[in-house]
Design a binder for this molecule. Structure first.
Ligand code: NAD
Length: 479
């Protein structure tokens, strides 16, 4: 009997008023693991009203007190890592070792990090000598709508929830419809940690013309933080315009991974395996466009293909599985469509490109390496969001910078070289919000994170998250 996942409104788990529910499927087994309440306008309105009422007291609760509760949330998450990791794996199809070592611990750390950060947050003060003193007060904005994707469900949801609550806002969360489980657990954990009723509310459901859109349109919601596709960002921006909401968007990417001939090849190959195929390639930061300087091209391709063929695809519960299942049948078919069309246009698959043998059920795809592609090819230009990379040779620094930047996206980029001057020079030229040199996915949460161009609006991390989740008010005192 699948479990039921309900909305969490004003401190209570409730079904939808019309009783509507939808299935939640384990992508590795294709089994229905839960029935999920499907929220509509009414549930969104109830959740927003509860958040608005709770804002009066939560926004006036001292930061020290708020931080204490956030730290308690972190403690509870940490004490339930095994359980939450298993639920996340069943929801997403990603390997259990990954949810245990990355997703869930990071969710706990998000709360600890912002709990600490808010305690040291200051503002500016300007003296007009002998005339006046100006000081700025930092205030929470109000009710936040927090909309999250399915690829790193609790990791990315808590990256929004933690600074939002630390800053004194209240929220309505709308988790991705494909991965509703750990968000529901988070509501339970927040309650157990002593978060007052109404401060965090959760409504399950879909995006367009459904719970997601109704949340964006609601006149009593002040700010929207979305992580999702670039097309979703555009729809949300349009829906938010009539009520002029403050927006923060973390959107899609098509990230270049630039490998110069003087790179440390062993390190580069191992890290590029991760930046290509970890989490089934379903990470916005994955480096799906690999550019290799020509003298290294043949050697890199040979060694990278050999290493990719060693990656185990299959049961996410097995500790030696590297690539689990893709999120859904629909997404698998979408990724396969990109591969098929690339081949029709003359591309060559060096490894992968098909469902692995011997796996009867589940949305699995072998890690796939594609070469002989043109810069104009769809597979080089659009976000595939699967275990698929292209490799192209290049001859000069100028040429590779041009191709790396020749995209509407601008989320992340990676450079491999042992030439320090070149590393800094190229990093300065790349149109990407995050540039890694000789590494990937290394994050200090104090640093700005976000995309340029159509990969996002605004920055998250450290003080940047608080710039979004707070208002500054200047007070001018005549001396
Ligand atoms: P998605 O855009 O389909 O959905 C994201 C969320 O938005 C879901 O909760 C969905 O229900 C909701 N939504 C969809 N349409 C909506 C609408 N019209 N109004 C309001 N809400 C709506 O994205 P996804 O498929 O869940 O996630 C994958 C995408 O997210 C990829 O493009 C990936 O690059 C991006 N992503 C970006 C980052 C980043 O930090 N930049 C991180 C992770 C994922």
């Amino acid at each position: 009997m699948p479990q039921e996942l309900l909305h969490f409104i004003d401190g209570k788990f409730v079904p939808s008023e019309d009783g509507r529910m939808f299935d939640n499927i384990n992508p590795a087994t294709e089994e229905v693991i839960a029935r999920v309440a499907e929220g509509g306008r009414r549930e969104i309105d109830q959740a927003v009203q509860a958040a608005r009422r709770a804002f009066r007291t939560w926004s006036r609760t001292p930061a020290q007190e708020r931080a204490k509760i956030l730290n308690r949330i972190a403690e509870i998450i940490e004490s339930r890592v095994e359980e939450l990791a298993l639920l996340e794996t069943q929801d997403t199809g990603k390997p259990l070792w990954l949810t245990k070592s990355l997703d869930i611990p990071r969710a706990a750390y998000n709360f600890r990090f912002f709990a600490d950060f808010v305690k040291g947050l200051g503002t500016e003060c300007f003296e007009m000598e002998g005339v006046a003193l100006n000081y700025a007060l930092r205030r929470p904005v109000g009710v936040a709508g927090l909309i999250s994707p399915w690829n790193l469900p609790l990791f990315l949801l808590t990256w929004k929830v933690a600074p939002c609550l630390a800053a004194g806002n209240t929220c309505v969360i709308k988790p991705a419809e494909l991965t509703p489980t750990t968000a529901t657990k988070l509501a339970e954990i927040c309650q157990e940690a002593g978060l007052p009723d109404g401060v965090l509310n959760l409504v399950h459901g879909f995006g367009p013309d459904a719970a997601g859109q109704f949340l964006v349109e609601h006149p009593d919601v002040n700010l929207i933080s979305l992580t999702g596709e670039t097309t979703t960002g555009k729809a949300v921006m349009a829906a938010a315009a009539p009520t002029l909401k403050r927006l923060s968007f973390e959107l899609g990417g098509k990230n270049p991974n630039i490998i110069f001939a003087d790179a440390d090849l062993d390190d580069c190959i191992e890290t590029t395996i991760r930046s290509s195929f970890i989490n089934q390639g379903e990470v916005c930061l994955c480096g799906s466009r690999i550019y290799v300087e020509r003298p290294l091209y043949e050697t890199f391709v040979e060694r990278f293909v050999e290493r990719t063929r060693q990656l185990k695809v299959g049961d996410p519960l097995q500790p030696d599985t590297y690539v689990g299942a893709l999120i859904s049948q629909e997404h698998l078919e979408r990724v396969e469509g990109f591969i098929r069309r690339a081949v029709e246009q003359g591309a060559r698959i060096l490894t992968g490109g098909r469902r692995p043998e011997g796996l009867e059920r589940g949305y699995f795809l072998e890690p796939t390496i594609i070469v002989d592609v043109d810069h104009g090819c769809e597979i080089v230009r659009q976000e595939v969001f699967g275990p698929v990379v292209t490799i192209q040779p290049f001859d000069t620094e100028e040429e590779v910078i041009y191709h790396a930047n020749d995209t509407h996206y601008g989320l992340a980029a990676t450079i491999w070289t042992s030439n320090l001057k070149r590393a800094h020079r190229v990093a300065g030229e790349l149109e990407a919000g995050v540039v890694w040199i000789n590494t990937w996915f290394l994050r200090d949460l104090r640093t700005p994170f976000g995309g340029m161009k159509q990969s996002g609006i605004g920055r998250e991390g450290g003080v940047h998250s608080f710039e979004f989740f707070t208002e500054l008010k200047n007070v001018c005192v005549k001396l």
